[in-house]
Design a protein around this ligand. Structure first.
Ligand code: MG
Ligand code: ZN
Length: 369
């Protein structure tokens, strides 16, 4: 029989009496209720975020693929409320909630409503000698990845500041776009050179089958935003594989955050083909994480989203030929709950309906940080 204890009911109340009144729709944002149902202690954790990935995005991927998604192997599934201090979150506040356990204002990079820095799950992991990595199909300084290692009062015009902030940490792996934010800049620094001096293997490509496993690696595949799939190829699955290989090779615990960023961009552009293309690329990356977790036996994989994008719907279609006719209600984000899928030790903790902030508390507890 599976050891499943209703282990802990943890209520954390945080009253910030000095807080200014929050704009928005009066949602509860001053406390978090965290339900923890597993006392498992996974050795490794892989958190994969589909930016803008609502249930319809997953459904569209499964219809077009015509064979089961990697996600269909997961048996512990929940729903996540994504609001920030506004009903409709942006990716910065959404990632801050998951990374730090605090609801904040849209645009905040792991800063609270008073613009104080919030310690992230990745920073807790680093402090406890876990190896860590961040992978994305956006720039590595974009809101979602940045919220795991950076702290900025706004997400705008902080690419260089975030690149410099990254180098103050000891994160082993960083992969995505944004070479230009690291190369020599107006501040007189060359952050590529500084990274090399810090022991990073720095490259702009990731090659399938390459066996080289540096201790630390930065891979920046594009000057700024990475291109669509046709041009960037299997970057995300390869980067996921390479990151896991690097982080797992000396048998330390590791925490990897991966982001499929452009599901959101397809939603903003109201392009169903773009969404599906990115969704299936994400699914191949999820399969790689899942394959590792199955083999390893002590790795928790959590897949979720920061919010839904597009008010995406499927109105007609055909399961046989994998065709869909779709609609959109907006070119921005919506308030729809998003799915969370978990596999591995501690996965039971992610069943049910939860706030995005609870992702942080559940991970922190399971990771014993
Ligand atoms: Mg993002
Ligand atoms: Zn978006």
């Amino acid at each position: 029989m599976n050891k499943l204890y209703l282990f802990a009911f943890c209520l954390i109340f945080q009253f910030s009496c000095s807080a200014p009144p929050l704009s928005g729709e009066g949602q509860r944002i001053t406390y978090e209720k965290v339900v923890l149902v597993s006392e498992a202690k996974p050795k490794n954790v892989i958190l994969l975020i589909g930016d803008g990935m609502g249930l319809t995005h997953v459904t569209a991927g499964s219809i077009v693929k015509k064979t089961p998604l990697a996600l269909e192997n997961f048996r512990h599934i929940g729903l996540v409320k994504t609001y920030s201090t506004k009903l409709i979150t942006d990716s910065a506040a959404g990632a801050t909630a998951m990374a730090t356990g605090k609801k904040t204002y849209n645009g905040a990079i792991s800063m609270d409503i008073h613009q104080e820095k919030l310690k992230t799950i990745l920073e807790y992991a680093e402090d406890n000698n876990w190896l860590t990595g961040v992978v994305t199909t956006s720039t590595v300084t974009h809101a979602t990845p940045a919220c795991f290692y950076g702290h900025q009062p706004t997400r705008s015009n902080v690419n260089r500041a975030l690149a410099a902030e990254f180098l103050t940490k000891d994160i082993e792996v960083l992969m995505g776009g944004g070479w230009n934010y690291f190369k020599d800049g107006p501040d007189g620094r060359d952050l590529i050179e500084e990274a090399v001096a810090k022991g990073y293997f720095v490259t702009d490509t990731i090659v399938e089958g390459d066996q080289y496993l540096p201790e630390r690696m930065i891979c920046l595949i594009s000057p700024m935003l990475p291109p669509r799939l046709a041009e960037r190829g299997d970057f995300l699955p390869l980067a996921t594989k390479k990151s896991i290989d690097i982080l797992s090779h000396n048998n330390s615990s590791f925490f990897l955050v991966g982001e499929s960023a452009q599901i959101d961009w397809g939603g903003h552009e109201n392009k169903s083909d773009y969404i599906v293309e990115e969704m299936l690329d994400f699914d191949r990356s999820i399969q790689i994480a899942l394959d590792f977790a199955k083999k390893d036996g002590n790795t928790l994989v959590v897949v979720t989203a920061d919010h839904e994008t597009g008010g995406y719907s499927i109105n007609q279609g055909d399961l046989k030929d994998g065709s869909i006719e779709t609609g959109f209600t907006t070119d921005y984000h919506t308030a729809s709950m998003v799915p969370v899928f978990a596999y591995g030790p501690g996965a039971e903790s992610f069943a049910g309906i939860m706030d995005n902030t609870e992702i942080f508390y559940k991970l922190k507890y399971l990771m014993n940080l």
